[in-house]
Design a protein around this ligand. Structure first.
Ligand code: SF4
Length: 95
């Protein structure tokens, strides 16, 4: 934008109050361009990819209540079959 080189950026972690410098090297620039291209294709497809639960990422994620990554592996058909079976066998309304 300004024509001046930007050799690095920084991430600031509010909880630990630590700043980490990130060098903008050729590898990171390539990865960023590739990711942007793939993200554009994903948006153009109109499909949201399923959330995949990863404890190392999801436990601290502020979106976990909205995202519900553990629910993605359970099928609605299976839920319905279990609910019907429970209602028929035990008089319960949901598993
Ligand atoms: S809870 Fe957060 S980290 Fe886990 S899949 Fe959803 S958005 Fe990603």
């Amino acid at each position: 934008m300004t024509g001046r080189p930007v050799p690095e950026g920084a991430l600031f972690y509010a909880e630990t109050k630590r700043r980490v410098a990130i060098p903008f090297d050729a590898e990171l620039r390539h990865l960023t361009e590739e990711t942007a291209t793939q993200f554009g294709a994903l948006l153009a497809s109109g499909r949201t990819p399923p959330a995949v639960y990863r404890a190392d990422r999801c436990r601290a994620c502020s979106l976990i209540d909205l995202c519900r990554p553990k629910a993605g592996s359970k099928s609605a058909l299976g839920f319905r079959a279990r609910a019907i079976e429970a209602a028929l066998n035990n008089g319960e309304t949901a598993p």
